[in-house]
Write a protein that binds this ligand. Structure first.
Ligand code: SF4
Ligand code: SF4
Length: 206
């Protein structure tokens, strides 16, 4: 299953994890670093983590966050350089979950990272949509797509977009405007949803 700190709330990671736990299935985690995004947070987020623990790599926080979940059999981590392997060995030798205090530090760093993304959504979800558009999930997908430099980025974006329920997709916004005043980041949510759907159509070549 694709589980990581970013997808947990935004693309139904928590919901899918709970289904697997209920069925008592051991979980193999793919994308623990969400591509390499969770190993390469922006400068502000990295500073928050390094100020707290200068010796811990940014990636190690993501693995230790996952270590706090029950039922994880293993985590599949793609490593493209010897230093990634060395860092992972360090993290996984006596792997410990994040403490409550570390969890708060990590949440703060993730929020700082999301705030500076292409769409500055922090995934607070105050903007609950009456027709069920998955606002935070869509903005997260779009941000990841914007910073994805892999050759298959279009396919990845399309697959994630189409994995959402029809009712959650950006084109289901009826522009009622109820979400806008609830957003602490003052995002023009309906307009941004148009942009996200346009990006999806363009990725599909439609
Ligand atoms: S404007 Fe769109 S996204 Fe916002 S609450 Fe209305 S339908 Fe939902
Ligand atoms: S309220 Fe704004 S910042 Fe919070 S999830 Fe909704 S769009 Fe994102």
């Amino acid at each position: 299953m694709q589980i990581n700190r970013l997808d947990w709330k935004t693309t139904r990671g928590e919901e899918q994890y709970n289904i697997a736990r209920k069925a008592n299935l051991p979980i193999v985690v793919m994308e623990p670093l969400r591509g390499s995004l969770l190993a390469n947070l922006n400068a502000e987020a990295t500073k928050i983590l390094k100020d707290y623990n200068p010796d811990a790599s940014v990636a190690s926080w993501a693995f230790r966050w996952l270590a706090g979940l029950d039922g994880i059999l293993t985590m599949l981590s793609g490593m493209s350089a010897p230093e990634h392997l060395e860092d992972n060995i360090k993290t996984f030798t006596n792997l410990t979950p994040l403490s409550e205090e570390e969890q708060k530090v990590y949440d703060k760093a993730i929020a700082a990272h999301l705030k500076q993304s292409a769409i500055g959504c922090t995934a607070c979800r105050y903007c609950e949509c009456p027709v069920g558009v998955n606002i935070a999930g869509l903005f997260s997908l779009y941000n990841q797509y914007m910073y994805d430099d892999r050759a298959n980025k279009n396919m990845s974006f399309i697959n994630h977009y189409e994995a959402l329920k029809e009712s959650e997709r950006a084109d289901k916004c009826i522009k009622c405007g109820l979400c806008k005043p609830k957003c602490p980041q003052q995002l023009d949510i309906p307009e941004l949803l148009v942009k996200v759907h346009k990006a999806y159509l363009e990725a599909k070549g439609a």
